[in-house]
Structure formats: structure tokens, C-alpha cells
Design a protein around this ligand. Sequence first.
Ligand code: SAM
Length: 328
Amino acid sequence: MTGLSDSFQRPIDYLRISVTDRCNLRCIYCMPLSGVSLMPHDSVLTYEEIYAIAQAAAELGINKVRLTGGEPLVRSRLAKLIKMLAHIDAIDDISLTTNGTLLGRYAAELKSAGLRRVNVSLDTLKQGKFEFITRRDNNLGDVLKGIEVARTVGLNPVKINMVVMAGINDDELLDFATKTIDEEWHVRFIELMPSAGASTTASQFVPVSDMRKRLELSGELEPCLPGVGNGPAKYFRFPHATGTIGFITPVSEHFCFSCNRLRLTSNGKLRLCLLAEDEIDMKQPLRSGISSAELKQLIEEAVARKPLRHHLAEGYMPKDRPFSQVGG
Ligand code: SAM
């Protein structure tokens, strides 16, 4: 194995796989209230097809996989896919991004299948606001329980991702940060991105520089190293805190120069950047009986087309798919 790198010499070793475009929530920053027109079942990759792509990608140098969606836990028998991926020798890290509503139910099974760790999206600690942001009457308590169960079964570190929105949940920055003092909470504050179909607006954007200033009024933030994973967050902690605080700046300070990822959509397109529309279809060639060598060639072609950076700062935003269909 020689390792994959793109035309800008960035090593590409990470594949995010969206296993479904379906979601049981309708978060205001992610999906329209009416939902999105769902892909017909037969256009969604089977687990065998996902496995074939992951296997080919692993032979080229991918060694980390993250499952996402839509909401990955609404796809039936996800543990089966995890077990299949765990059998690929070169893949040494399988993780999951979830809204946490079903995590308590599945965490133990996912762990035994080979899942290593989990990120949970959670934007508020208040039930009423949870219903407002997710536009569903699910119980926030289920998400909090899911986080606890995930930790207990060893899906650590559990990272908690909060999309910060002015006037909606930015008043809870300190509440989330305070949780890191005594508990193993690894919170990451994410800048709101514009997204196709979202109900949020630019006026709700809060730059990380503001978030940091507000938290620093309550205590010094010491830089620290990430626990596991090598994503784009910059990590800090309050002195002597058990957990950590991360900041992710897709808008105010892009991190494209260290981008190491490819994305596979649930209908089988290799997407080269979350924020650019270019995609390469893998499903049709797979269903036409492509060889594993040809599959690898397609992946290499996709990697060669990876753009240098996204252009959010210049006002460009892809209109083709909401993040629920790309796997944000
Ligand atoms: N359903 C899963 C979940 O809730 O984590 C996985 C899919 S969701 C699209 C993945 C991530 O995308 C979430 O962590 C969410 O924070 C992020 N996301 C979606 N829309 C976003 C936006 N407009 N700005 C910033 N992050 C966004």
C-alpha cells in the first residue's frame, strides 16, 4: 500500500460514509421542515456495496471510516455493516456521528460489532429548545442517556458537537463548557454554515473568536491536545477540567489545507468536498460488475479531482444537497 494523496499532496486516509439520507429529526440548520425528497430504496447502496467501496479504498490507503447520515441509527442493522467494515484489515478506526436519540438502544451492540467511538450532535440542554431546534418532540433525556450508555460501553471519547446559533442557543455556551469541568464531556463548538434547505440565516452566525471571548470571561482556556482523532478542531480545557472544549471554524478560518477526507453519499456518489458539488458515481459501475481494480481506479480519479478549498468565504454554497444528504 502506497497511500493516497490528492493533486495538492494532501494525504487522503479518511472516508465518511453516509448510510442513509433519512433522519428522525429536522434540525433547523440542516433540513427543511418538510424534510427532503427521499431517495428510493433501490438507489441507496447496500451494505455489500458500501463494503466493496470501503475495501477498495482501504487497499489504496484509507484507514479511518466514519458512519453518518441522515441519521445512521435509523438504518436497520447498522451493526452488521460495522462488523463487515471491522473485518477490513487496513481500517483501524470506525466511528459514528449520530443525533443520539437511538444511541442508548444500540450502543452496546455497535461496540461489540467493532465501533470505536461516537460523536453526538447536541445543540441545547433544554427540552423546549431541543424541540424547537430539532422540530420534533423527542426526549432530550434520551440523548443524554445515549451519551452515558455510549461512555459506559466504551465508545470513548464521546464527543459532543454543538452548532452555535446567535439568539437560539449561544446563551448555553457556558452551560456546555461547564459540563466539561467535572464530567468526561468533550464538547466541540461548531460555526454555523449556510446549507441548502436550512432555515437558519447569516445573522445567526457566531464566529469562534466570539465564542472563545465569551468563555474566557469565565476562566482561562488552556490549549491541549486532542484525545483521539485528528480532525479540524482546536482543543482547550479549563484548568484541571476533566473534559475538553474544541472549536471548529469551517467559516471564519477554513481548514481545507489539511483536509484528508472523502465522502460517500448514501446513493453511491464519492463527494470530494462537503461544500462543492463535484461527485463521482460509484453505484452504477458497481452494479454493472466493475472489477476491484477498476473500482480503485475510480477512487483515484475522484481523489485527483479534490478541490483545494471550499469557497464559503466568497459566498459560494452548494445548492445540490442539504448536509443530511451528504453526511455533514
Ligand atoms: N444525524 C447525525 C447527527 O445528527 O449527528 C449525522 C448527520 S448530521 C448532518 C452531521 C453533522 O452535521 C452534525 O453534527 C451537525 O452538527 C452538522 N451540521 C449540519 N448542518 C450544519 C450547518 N448548517 N452548520 C454546521 N454544522 C452542520
